[in-house]
Structure formats: C-alpha cells, structure tokens
Write a protein that binds this ligand. Structure first.
Ligand code: NAP
Length: 459
C-alpha cells in the first residue's frame, strides 16, 4: 500500500512518502526496546510526564497549522479538525496530571504479609491506527503508554502519512527520547513480522472488524495481549417524551460529523412511533440544509469522504440496501460532476432484518430509520447487532433512561447527548466492536504489568 496524501476535496495527489525497509524497522524495534530497558522507562515517571505536558502545550499553540494538515489530508471540516487537535492537547495534559496517581502501587491487605500491586511498563507496543481521527487516535495510545514507560511503534493508515509524520515530530519536539514513539510507513506483512518479534509485548488496533480480526489473531498466535477498537452500528434512540427539535438537531450532527465517518456516529435511528413522523421530518430538514464544499471554508457543513474508495464502497452499500427492499427517503448517491469524494446526505427507511444493511456499518452520511412501538422493542432492536460500541438515548424521563441504558449491550451509552469522548472517560466496546478500553484510568492499565509483591516475615 502506497503512503500518499491525496486531498479528498479534489483528489489531487499532494505527496507520496517512501516506505521503510527491514533494516529501518529493525533499528526502530531495537531503539524502542533499549529505551524500555533504560532508566527513562524503568525510573521516575516525572520526566515522562514532563514530555506529555510539553506535547500538550505545543499542540495547543499550533492548533491552526495542525488542523489544516488534517483537513487537507482527510477532508474533515476545519472547525472539527481544530477540536481534534485541542482534544489531543487535553489528553496529553490529562495523563501528565493523573498518570502518577493511576499507576501508584495499590496495597492488598493479606494474611501472607505486606502486599501491593505495582504497575510496571511491559515493553514495546505495536499500534495500528485509522485515518478518521488522524491525531486523536495516535494520542489515545501514545499518552498513556508514554506515561507508563512503554515505547510505541505505529503503523498509521496509508492515506494520512502527513499526519503520521507530523505527530512523530511533535512527540520528539516535546522532548521524548528516540524510540519513545516511532512512526513506520510499512505494509501489513511488515506489521505481522513486527508483532511476531519478541521485543513487542502488546498490540493496539483501531480500525475495521476485518483488520482487527487479522491483527488480533497475529497477536494471539504469539501469546501477546491486544486491545481492539473497532466499528460500530450505534443507535440514536428517541423516546415519545423527548424534545424532538433538540433530538433532531443533535441527531443530524451525530450522523454527519466528520462526514459520517465516526465509529460512534449515530447509525441506526430508533424512533418511538408516536414521534417518528415529526422526527423524520425535522432530521430531513437538517440534512437538506447541509452545504457541501471545501473543508477549509467555514461555510461548509458537509465535507468529502476520505477517499474515492470510501465513496465507492458507500454507494454500493446504499444501492444494495435499496435493492433488498429499503426505501430511499433522501439522497442515495455519490455526487457526480465533482472532483471530490462527496456523498449526498442520505436517509434510508423500511430496512428489514433480512436486508444486509440491517447489520452493516455505513461509514458516511447515511442514516437508517427504524420505528418501534415501545421500550421493549427498542432494546430488542438495539441489541440485535453484531456491534456494541456506543449509543444515545433521548428522553426527559431519567428513570426510564437509566433502565434502558443498563439494558443496552454496548461499551458506552449517552443520554440526551450524542456519543462523545473525553480524556477522563473510558472508550471502547463489546461484541465485534472490540475489547479493552482506551483513555481514563482504565486505558492506562491495558498495557502494564500489574505485579504483585508480597513481603513475608524474614524469620
Ligand atoms: P481499516 O481498513 O481496518 O484500517 C485501519 C488501520 O489498519 C490502517 O492503518 C490500515 O492500514 C490497517 N490495516 C488494515 N488491514 C491490516 C492488516 N491486515 N494488518 C495490519 N494492518 C492493517 O479501517 P478504516 O476503514 O481505515 O477505518 C474505519 C473503521 O475503523 C471503521 O469500522 C470505524 O468504525 C473503525 N474505528 C473505530 C474506532 C474505535 O475507537 N472503536 C475509532 C475510529 C474508527 P492501511 O491504511 O494501509 O490499509
């Protein structure tokens, strides 16, 4: 796979990046491994936290420039790119402020002696990351692992090499020693070889179900721990007592953010029958009001998809859904006569369980509408999914919301908000959405040795 920056707004090739050879990979692995063995990783945490603090400051001071790199490379609206860069700065600061407390030894009162659990680093982590949040995905892995003392080697998505290279430079500019974070432009075969190497102790992948299954099995084959942050088919449920204006406005945002290319985007709208017509009318109005254009133009509210390939895949999915009986309420096609990868805001209704669309993740501005008669039917439909990442519920009745939130089989449920993310909140899913958590205190514990030490009496 060639590493290329192609602007999705006009499909112009901006730059091609040479790939790394096996000698370069060997050097990267050895440098990362030696760093893990050194005082940097095994000693005082404070110098590592200082790097995170500096990284946060650098990103905060360069929001505009970094945001533009994201928007030009993968088509995200400039304001959303700015938010992504700011969120990265917050994550780095969050771990700089909290990692020491998260990793401090925990006493375990025991009759066998004085006992505690230490959180030690485990070595070099191989990270495989996607393009849809090209800085945030890298920061979710880098910040907790750098704090813990693990070295990180990354294979980023081949369509965002500029972001990949820039992030590596940011970490280095923040004062991280060589080997703390290394970006590699490599093939999937080379990733498999790295995972098999004894110096790799953990594997973190964010991406599709297909890539997750391959990479996790490569890790399992060598008895290495992995975390998987995979796709989702999140619900956006609107109950009969909800504020429909608000739900429709946030629902449109939850589906359209990042041109619909978000793992936790609202993909299945499940609407109570009493408010279904009103909700659909209002959601449709929001979709119709979207303005496609250059992601760098602040008037634009819907940018292009990340690649021509993504546009083609989505078009085929919608076409197939309609062939199998779904009704096209709005949109449905790639925008023709445009050099960019634009896709019409689309709404599908009447999707039955035997339609492949019922179980598929649509990675673009395509909303599926389902109508239910009560909460029981809502839960049944919500849980009838291979995925289990996030989900949102809109209601004024908090008792009802708590009960439903408990019944929904996902890693995250938000009430009266779209599914969101923050450094202090655990992020991750169940079922085919993956396993393990990133961010928060849970994320930093994924790749540490929770080592028990027991001091028994000496005589
Ligand atoms: P993808 O095709 O799986 O790519 C993700 C990364 O995996 C890329 O770096 C890709 O490299 C690499 N890759 C693909 N096949 C591989 C293999 N056999 N061995 C090693 N690496 C491999 O996913 P995508 O289409 O870019 O991203 C969208 C998916 O990610 C969606 O399903 C979305 O829901 C999910 N996602 C999940 C989360 C979460 O936190 N749960 C967050 C964001 C996105 P190349 O680019 O070179 O192919």
């Amino acid at each position: 796979m060639a590493y290329q920056t192609i602007n999705p707004f006009n499909n112009k090739l901006i730059k091609e990046y040479p790939t790394h050879n096996s000698q370069h990979i060997e050097q990267a692995l050895e440098t990362a491994h030696q760093l893990y063995k050194s005082d940097w990783a095994q000693g005082d945490i404070k110098p590592r936290l200082q790097v995170l603090r500096k990284l946060s400051e650098i990103m905060s001071s360069r929001v505009e420039e970094l945001a533009e790199i994201v928007s030009v490379e993968m088509g995200k609206l400039i304001e959303q790119s700015r938010s992504e860069v700011k969120l990265c700065a917050e994550i780095a600061k969050y771990y700089a402020d909290n990692a020491e407390a998260f990793l401090k030894p925990v006493p375990y009162p025991s009759k066998l002696g004085e006992a505690w659990v230490e959180n030690s680093p485990i070595g070099v982590i191989m990270a495989v990351e996607p393009w849809n949040f090209p800085f945030y995905q890298l920061m979710r892995v880098l910040a907790p692992n750098l704090a813990a003392g693990n070295s990180v080697i990354t294979k980023h998505a081949s369509i965002v090499p500029h972001c990949a290279e820039t992030f590596e430079k940011l970490v280095s500019d923040a004062g991280a020693p060589k080997g703390a974070y290394t970006n590699l432009f490599i093939s999937t075969e080379q990733v498999a070889n790295i995972i098999a190497d004894d110096r790799i102790q953990g594997v973190a992948l964010t991406g599709s179900e297909k890539a997750g299954a391959i990479v996790a099995s490569q890790a399992a084959n060598k008895l290495k721990k992995s975390t998987l942050e995979l796709g989702g088919n999140d619900i956006f449920a609107v109950l009969d007592d909800a504020d429909i204006d608000r739900a429709a406005k946030i629902g449109a945002m939850a589906r359209i953010n990042n041109a619909g290319q978000v793992c936790t985007a609202a993909k299945r709208f499940i609407i109570h029958e009493k408010v279904a017509d009103e909700f659909l009318k209002k959601l449709t109005a929001h979709f119709k009001a979207l303005k496609m254009g250059d992601p760098l133009d602040k008037q634009t509210t819907l940018g292009p998809l990340s690649s021509a390939e993504a546009q083609k895949t989505l078009g085929k999915q919608v076409e197939n859904a309609v062939k199998k009986g779904a009704k096209l309420h709005l949109g449905g096609k790639a925008v023709s006569n445009n050099p960019g990868n634009f896709f019409e805001p689309t709404i599908l209704t009447h999707i039955t369980r035997d339609n492949p669309a019922y179980f598929e993740e649509f990675f673009g501005p395509v909303a599926q509408i389902y109508v239910v008669k009560d909460d029981q039917e809502l839960v049944k439909l919500a849980n009838d999914s291979h995925y289990g990442l996030g989900g949102a519920l809109f209601t004024k009745d908090m008792q009802r919301a708590r009960k439903l939130a408990t019944q929904i089989e996902t890693g995250m449920v938000y009430v009266n908000s779209l599914t969101n993310t923050a450094p202090e909140l655990p992020f991750g899913g169940v079922k085919r959405s993956g396993f393990g958590r990133e961010l928060s205190d849970l994320g930093i514990k994924e790749f540490v040795n929770q080592k028990l030490v027991v001091l028994a009496a000496s005589s």
